[in-house]
Ligand binder design. Structure first.
Ligand code: BGC
Length: 481
């Protein structure tokens, strides 16, 4: 625990401040995905929204996020990570105010689509930005600030829903106050530098050097020069055509890892818990009030276990957390499946539903939750990083969309127990994929990771990725992707 905090005290306070500003994007992501469940209760009577209208109000944010994530890979390349995030902050303010003042369903749906554009963009540009400014030893914890902000955003949205319960026009407040973090993000991004990696890639080396000197001010000039040289070398090694960047043969195994993590992160059913926890808990016999209170408890566990990930990911490595967390998720899903299929458990041990949900969310929070976003910010070569991260993020939001909108019909078709057993089976598949495909990236610079992974792909194909880096062959300088 002390090593992350010690690392921050050790002259890295400024990087941590910058990472915290970039992570405001995560707060917006979490708040807006969480707030709608509570707001919808009031919107439906106020705007006379039927079932299709309600589903559209919820779903359109995910569609906007898919479009935002798809378009902003290009922006992150051209404008840079900093200005893309600044733009996301502005779009966010427009979307939040548009939603708060919507006069009918069509206006609200349009505003939520605009919000989705910002959420989809911020969701991957935040980890990319933080990863590119962080020193290797603290990168896991700092990038996970973003996941922490997502979980805090979800928790705050649950609390806001509780807090505005009897207030007239409450849903407008619930949706509108999200403009405040939007302003904080846009203004905050004006105060942070461009990332040294993006600057080098755009031939702005002198600025890159100045930024590195600011960010690593406790290190010697020689250390800064060495870091710059390493970035320059990696950027120069990929000076191929941009169009080839997503289709290159060497990149394919890395894209498989990124997309595998992206899709598994959603199809283990995490958002059925985040979005439907009150419904699931109410079905165990709790009152609506009791179900909402216990949902806050689930949100709190999500935050607390993400703090554990922030503290320990750099010490123990990504794979250990990913694999242990996925074992925990599988056991919790089996427990939930058993609970909903055995009447005696429901009658005599109703608390088991909450135990299953909390242990599932805690296991996700220490593993797959943060590790997906962290890993996609680490494994891709600089040249392809924005498009590849954007592709994985599109996969993640796409899978989120499919799972969220099939859950209720799936429960109708195969029962709640069947749905949880199905997620448990998928989670076993995820474990195998992670064990055989996902590499360890702890403590190495982005450039070392990139060289090492390319060398392993060339020597052993995709199967070599998960090998212990100490046993893998020495990194070779990569050729153009
Ligand atoms: C996922 C979200 C999820 C959240 C829960 C994120 O990493 O991408 O879909 O709602 O974690 O904490």
């Amino acid at each position: 625990m002390t090593s992350f905090i010690g690392g921050l005290r050790d002259g890295n306070g400024m990087v941590a401040r910058i990472a915290a500003i970039a992570a405001i994007g995560g707060l917006l992501f979490g708040y807006d995905t969480g707030v709608i469940s509570g707001a919808l209760l009031y919107i439906k009577s106020d705007l006379k929204a039927g079932t299709i209208a309600q589903q559209s109000i919820v779903a359109v944010l995910l569609l906007g996020a898919i479009v935002g994530a798809a378009g902003s890979g290009y922006l992150a390349d051209r404008l840079g990570r900093k200005w893309t995030k600044f733009a996301a902050g502005l779009v966010y303010i427009v979307g939040a105010l548009g939603a708060a003042f919507a006069q009918n369903v069509a206006e609200l749906v349009s505003a939520r689509f605009v919000l989705g554009l910002a959420v989809g963009t911020a969701s991957f540009v935040a980890p990319m930005y933080i990863s590119e400014v962080s020193p290797p030893k603290l990168r896991g914890g700092l990038v996970t600030f973003n996941q922490l902000a997502i979980t805090v955003g979800i928790l705050v949205s649950y609390l806001t829903n509780l807090g505005f319960k009897g207030v007239p026009g409450n849903w407008r407040w619930m949706l509108g106050i999200a403009a405040i973090p939007g302003v904080a993000l846009a203004v905050g991004m004006l105060t942070v530098p461009n990332t040294p990696r993006w600057l080098v890639e755009h031939g702005r080396e002198e600025e890159a050097k100045q930024v590195l000197q600011r960010l690593r001010h406790t290190r010697s000039e020689a250390d800064v020069a060495a870091e710059l040289a390493e970035i320059r070398q990696a950027a120069a090694a990929q000076s191929g055509s941009r169009r080839r960047s997503l289709t290159g043969r060497d990149l394919r195994p890395l894209l498989t890892v990124g997309l595998g993590l992206a899709i598994f992160q959603q199809i283990v059913g995490v958002n059925t818990v985040i979005y439907y926890a009150p419904t699931i808990l109410a079905s165990t016999g709790l009152s609506n009030g009791g179900a909402i209170a216990q949902t806050v408890f689930i949100g709190l566990s999500n935050v607390i276990f993400t703090v554990v990930a922030v503290m320990l990911l750099d010490r123990f490595g990504r794979r250990k957390f990913l694999l242990t967390g996925t074992v925990g998720m599988t056991c919790s899903l089996v427990l939930l499946g058993l609970y909903f299929s055995i009447g005696a458990l429901q009658a005599h041990a109703p608390y088991l539903a909450l135990v299953g949900l909390v242990s599932f969310i805690a296991s996700f929070a220490v593993g797959l939750g943060p590790v997906f976003w962290l890993m996609i910010s680490e494994i891709f070569p600089l040249k392809s990083r924005s498009v590849a991260m954007s592709a994985c993020t599109v996969g993640n939001w796409g899978a989120n969309f499919v799972v969220s909108f099939t859950f209720l019909s799936m429960v109708g078709a195969i029962t709640r127990a069947g749905a949880f057993f199905l997620y448990a089976g998928i989670s076993v598949g995820a474990m195998a994929f992670f064990a055989f495909r996902v590499p360890e990236t702890r403590h190495r610079s982005l450039e070392e990771i990139q060289q090492d992974l390319l060398a392993r792909v060339r020597a052993h194909g995709a199967g070599g990725l998960a090998a212990n880096p100490a046993q893998s062959q020495r990194p070779q300088p990569p050729e153009p992707l």
